[in-house]
Design a protein around this ligand. Structure first.
Ligand SMILES: Cc1cc2nc3c(=O)[nH]c(=O)nc-3n(C[C@H](O)[C@H](O)[C@H](O)COP(=O)(O)OP(=O)(O)OC[C@H]3O[C@@H](n4cnc5c(N)ncnc54)[C@H](O)[C@@H]3O)c2cc1C
Length: 364
């Protein structure tokens, strides 16, 4: 069987690429080795740039009606509110963050894709591939059956361990931090408003809380068990999910070779501070489709790598700033941020950066 584009991986990146390809007239095949989507939700934050990119598909409205709008992000220390990033001051149609479980985002994208007559082929694994001047031949396994599929292009949206990236021999230098982070989704009473993300910076660690759903809260800590660090006044009725993860700061040397391209976590990894991972992956997927449709695929790799390089570096700085134990750095951060946010031109830059809108010129 042949396809114009074979997408490996039906996470948010692969789904976004498939949807945009279909909208622009190319019929992709999309496979995922998992027989079912994972029910656990890594990402919670959908940023304005993602809503903007999904709006030609009508998915902005679909996501908005399913999610929880968050107009503010509060940076706190344990004893006080240091600064508020107020997204309502952003000059943009989507002037807020949106909290929506990644599993729900993936479900809504998958349903929209099915409306285009394209189903994710689940339980289908990429085993290996070769390429020549006219296309890519991918070897797939579906249960006991193995088959070859020929496509003009292949997109590796196959996550951090990316068999596609490995198959191309592309390195992804950077570092993975030893210290695990802890996360939990809890149901219960919370001493802060539900319309804001709370980022509580303590000496040597950061605590993040994202309200989502009707009555859920995603809490994350960069050190130690997050459930032992809940602010006074929190009453937990149910722990829905509790897990640990390690953070990395990594960038692929190049976004593919020949007719094979990389997107999403297959090409870049960074900490969840800034909530950019899934959003950047969706942006990669959509821009891959747009560049293919407009005959500009030759600029995809350098454009997207430049954007991700900026995000990986910025996320490193943000993560250090909120987790630092150095009193001098903490003092500078707690004085400079409110000052920066009080100056309209600087505030605009910060708002556009946090919203994912600052890189638009480079990769659009
Ligand atoms: C705790 C945590 C919190 C996070 N919070 C946020 C947040 O708030 N905002 C944000 O933007 N990001 C966040 N992220 C990051 C986000 O979850 C990822 O960036 C995102 O899932 C990447 O999507 P992807 O589609 O590129 O890869 P994945 O979601 O990893 O999908 C890759 C898919 O490829 C499939 N696959 C792999 N190998 C094969 C193969 N050989 N054949 C077929 N299929 C294959 C896999 O089964 C998988 O379904 C967070 C991450 C973590 C860990």
């Amino acid at each position: 069987m042949t396809a114009d584009v074979l997408i490996v991986g039906a996470g948010p990146t692969g789904l976004a690429a498939a949807l945009e390809l279909a909208r622009l007239g190319t019929r992709p095949r999309i496979i995922d080795r998992l027989p079912q989507p994972t029910p656990f939700s890594r990402a919670i934050g959908v940023n304005p740039r993602t809503l903007e990119l999904l709006s030609p598909l009508g998915l902005d409205k679909v996501l908005l009606s399913a999610g929880h709008v968050l107009p503010r992000l509060n940076l706190r220390t344990p004893d006080r509110l240091v600064a508020t990033v107020d997204f309502t001051r952003l000059h943009h149609q989507f002037n807020h963050l949106l909290a929506l479980a990644q599993s729900d985002t993936e479900r809504l994208l998958t349903e929209r894709l099915a409306q285009e007559g394209i189903d994710v082929e689940r339980g289908v694994e990429l085993l290996s591939f070769t390429q020549d001047a006219t296309g890519v031949t991918a070897s797939l396994r579906n249960g006991d059956r193995e088959s070859d599929v020929r496509s003009a292009y292949m997109l590796g949206a196959d996550g951090s361990h990316s068999p596609v990236r490995t198959g191309l021999g592309i390195a992804m230098p950077g570092r993975t931090y030893e210290q695990p982070w802890s996360l939990a989704d809890i149901r219960g009473e919370w001493p802060f408003e539900r319309a804001a993300v709370q980022l509580i910076a303590q000496p040597g660690r950061a605590f993040l809380a994202f309200p989502f759903g009707v009555d859920l809260l995603r809490v994350v800590s960069s050190k130690g068990n997050v459930l032992e660090q809940l602010p006074p006044g929190t009453q937990v009725q149910e722990v829905v999910w509790h897990s640990e993860f390690k953070i990395s700061a990594r960038l692929a040397d190049t976004y593919g070779r020949g007719r094979v391209y990389l997107a999403g976590d297959a090409a870049h990894l960074h900490s969840p501070v800034g909530a950019r991972g899934m959003n950047l992956g969706i942006e990669d997927g959509i821009l891959f489709a747009r560049k293919l449709a407009s005959g500009q695929l030759d600029t995809y790799r350098s454009d997207r790598r430049a954007v991700a390089s900026h995000v990986v570096r910025l996320t490193e700085v943000q993560t250090r700033l909120v987790t630092t134990a150095v009193p001098l750095l903490r003092g500078v951060r707690d004085r400079m941020l409110p000052l920066a946010l009080s100056l309209p031109p600087v505030r605009d830059v910060i708002l556009r950066e946090v919203s994912g809108l600052r890189s638009v010129r480079q990769g659009a």
